[in-house]
Ligand binder design. Structure first.
Ligand code: NAD
Length: 311
């Protein structure tokens, strides 16, 4: 392996250390801590884990972090009423509605609920107001995963301005905001997706590749220019032994772990990429911890902006 590992976990801890005294200062001045409310509807095993991690991270930096749970049987009106109550709450500066919402709420439930969140409390950066502001380069609460990736690139000294960047994936929560943030930092950006012909060839031209697809090991050596920086957003649980064997050589500890547990967490980037890339984020321990930390930073910023009336 030749690629330098970009340690998202270490940077997340560093940013937490930066945030914590600011939270203490806010609490001392206001007589209350910044408040984060997380709305969880129904039971979704992965969401339970994500929400637990976010609540813990919130408490660790000194926030009031509240879980607002609704049952699987909740209606869309119930979810919207809860969001409205949190919009009016003085104790809460940030509101996050955990995705996915139960399917029974209907296909447009997520957009209806996100649209209902007050933009100044939208710490996920999903509301049209925040997305629009971000597109125009105005102050905004920006989606946590892409803003964490920018933070990582900047603090690791990886040049963005004037470089070619390729973002694979065009989702509203990762791919699109990622492309815009790279563009704002003067990269020349290409956005690739499931209909892009010659994906490997397009990616091979890039100095920075961000893979946000959700396909284990999609990005192979053939996608990567020697020395390029590769950011792996994907989080895929592999349970198929043939897929695990295609990703890891026989002696690899992750293959041993897969055989022990029957599953292994992998990114979108094939492990062989470490032989060509200049720098690479690991999975786990790369983008994931930064996403949670950016949520904390957004909540603190939302609290400070509400206080200053600067929204
Ligand atoms: P999504 O399903 O909404 O979007 C996936 C995108 O990939 C789509 O735009 C699609 O066009 C594109 N795509 C699908 N197949 C493709 C192919 N064969 N070639 C090229 N492009 C293809 O997913 P998402 O919400 O953006 O998440 C992407 C991945 O990132 C998932 O694995 C998700 O779990 C992970 N994720 C991780 C974090 C984190 O904090 N680490 C946060 C968000 C998402």
């Amino acid at each position: 392996m030749t690629a330098r590992l970009l340690d998202g976990q270490a940077l997340a801890r560093q940013i937490q250390r930066e945030i914590t005294p600011q939270v203490a200062d806010f609490t001392r001045r206001q007589g209350r801590p910044p408040g984060l409310a997380i709305v969880l509807v129904g039971h979704h095993p992965a969401s339970e884990v994500y929400v637990r991690n976010k609540l813990k991270a919130g408490s660790d930096v000194g926030f009031r972090a509240d879980l607002e749970r609704l049952p699987e049987s909740a209606s869309l009106a119930d979810v919207l009423a809860l969001v409205e109550r949190l919009n009016r709450s003085d104790a809460h500066d940030g509101i996050l509605v955990q995705s996915p919402l139960p399917k029974v709420l209907g296909p447009d439930a997520a957009s209806r609920v996100f649209d209902a969140i007050a933009p100044e409390k939208d710490v996920d950066g999903f509301t049209p107001a925040n997305v629009g502001r971000m597109v125009q380069g105005r102050p905004a609460l920006v989606a946590c995963t892409p803003s964490g990736i920018i933070e990582l690139l900047v603090r690791e000294g990886i040049p963005i301005a004037g470089r070619r960047a390729c973002v694979i994936g065009r989702s509203d929560i990762v791919g699109k905001p990622m492309a815009l943030l790279l563009l704002q930092r003067d990269a020349t950006v290409t956005v690739c997706h499931s209909k892009t012909p010659d994906l490997a060839g397009v990616c091979r031209e890039a100095d920075i590749v961000v893979a946000a697809v959700g396909r284990a090991g999609l990005v192979t050596k053939a996608f990567v220019k020697p020395g390029a920086t590769v950011v792996d957003v994907g989080m895929n649980t592999v349970t198929d032994s043939a897929v695990a064997a295609s990703l890891f050589p026989e002696e690899h500890p992750k293959l041993a772990r897969f055989r022990e547990r029957g599953s292994v967490l992998v990114g979108d980037v094939h492990p062989e990429v470490a032989d060509v890339a200049g720098a690479l984020t690991p999975v786990p321990g790369g983008v994931g911890p930064l996403t949670v930390t950016m949520l904390m930073r957004n909540t603190l910023r939302a609290a400070q902006a509400r206080l200053a009336g600067s929204w």
